[in-house]
Design a protein around this ligand. Structure first.
Ligand code: KG4
Ligand code: ZN
Length: 344
């Protein structure tokens, strides 16, 4: 029988302090997420300095709880996987420093994980049968891209946003509508009662990349014009029309690529929890005969189980081991597709 690998994942890239223990990259033994949403809400967004301070306060307890819930001690672990980018530099540094100290004290190897790749791995947890290659539509608060997942560790961006991320647009539109931070989930709730009857511009550009700044300005202008002429706005309709414009074209593009390649599509990231996105993607994939994989809602947003999962696959292939010089890398990204030509 093959040996089991237990990985401790640590995540602190934004406003969630998270730790998890995952067996063989897919089986979650524990996943603890301490969210700071309530702390940041009065400011209408994440305040980096406050996020870092709260990570410092919470990380010890979150890791201890993850180990306790999983019923394992450090001696049972195979390695520690930590998010080292992308994200807020101070927030990332807390997880990275903790992980380095933990590995120094226990002698465990350390693996560095790209947060964006972690989001994609959330699908391996929900779908034990899923194997690469596949196409992934990644939509979070910081990133929006269609990714060619060539293997468990080889990712290439095919299409991406040239300005705001999808989740960022959801949060900005929500704020303009007077909804609390983070607004994506509130827009989702209102949109369920609304009609798609306002013609907002699609975010897909001619070359297949995306631009969210025009859509965001379009919604803000629509709301200002209505307010100037004293006309009441139907918030549900704005939420629905915005959601359709933000999501439909991007899903269409991902489905088109998936139908040309692999016939397998995954969704990842916080916006992957959006009910219209999930419904529309299911509908379109069914029509095109594409296998669609949606992560469980609790693994769409930031968590450490997805980080441990990616850590397992990196460890298995013997890559991305880190030493005590590991630093936070706030602008870390995925490889662009065209880099393939020079690398292979
Ligand atoms: O992946 P995530 O947790 O953090 C980043 O890595 O950025 O994504 C957070 C984003 C936020 O912008 C949030 O408003 C959005 O995901 N979000 C949603 C929904 N739930 C979370 N957007 C639309 N519909 C939702 N149901
Ligand atoms: Zn994230």
């Amino acid at each position: 029988m093959e040996k089991d690998f237990l990985i401790l994942g640590i995540e602190s890239s934004c406003d969630e302090t998270a730790a998890a223990v995952v067996k063989n990259g897919r089986e979650v033994l524990s996943s603890v997420v301490n969210s700071q949403i309530e702390i940041h809400r009065p400011f209408g967004g994440v305040v980096p300095e406050i996020a870092s301070r709260n990570h410092v306060k919470n990380i010890d307890g979150v890791v201890a709880e993850a180990l306790k819930t999983a019923g394992v001690s450090p001696a049972d672990l195979s390695c520690v996987a930590v998010t080292y980018g992308a994200g807020l530099v101070g927030a990332l540094l807390v997880g990275v420093s903790f992980a380095k100290a933990f590995c120094q004290a226990t002698g465990l190897p350390l693996i560095k994980v790209n947060h964006i790749e972690g989001h994609i791995c959330a699908n391996y947890i929900t779908h034990p049968e899923l194997e690469p290659p596949f196409i992934c539509l990644l939509a979070s608060g910081g990133h929006t891209a269609i990714v060619d997942v060539k293997s468990y560790t080889d990712y290439r961006v095919l299409n991406t946003t040239i300005d705001d991320a999808c989740g960022e647009a959801f949060d900005k539109v929500a704020r303009t509508l007077g909804l609390p931070y983070p607004g994506g989930v509130h827009i989702d709730r209102l949109a369920k009662e609304g009609q798609d009857n306002i013609n907002f511009k699609s975010v897909v550009m001619k070359d297949g990349n995306f631009s969210y700044s025009g859509l965001k300005t379009g919604v803000i202008n629509y709301l200002h014009n209505k307010s100037q002429i004293g006309e009441e706005v139907n918030q549900n309709d704005v939420a629905k029309s915005f959601t359709v414009a933000a999501v439909k074209g991007v899903v269409d593009e991902a489905v088109k690529i998936a139908s040309q390649k692999y016939k397998k599509l995954c969704v990842a990231g916080g916006v992957g929890a959006n009910s219209f996105l999930r419904e529309y993607a299911s509908q379109q994939c069914r029509k095109q005969g594409i296998n669609l994989f949606l992560p469980e809602l609790k693994y769409c947003g930031d968590n450490a189980a997805m980080i441990a999962s990616q850590g397992y696959f990196l460890m298995r292939e013997g890559i991305d081991f880190a030493d005590m010089t590991l630093n936070a890398c706030p602008t870390l990204s995925l490889k662009q597709n065209k880099e393939e030509d020079t690398n292979e």
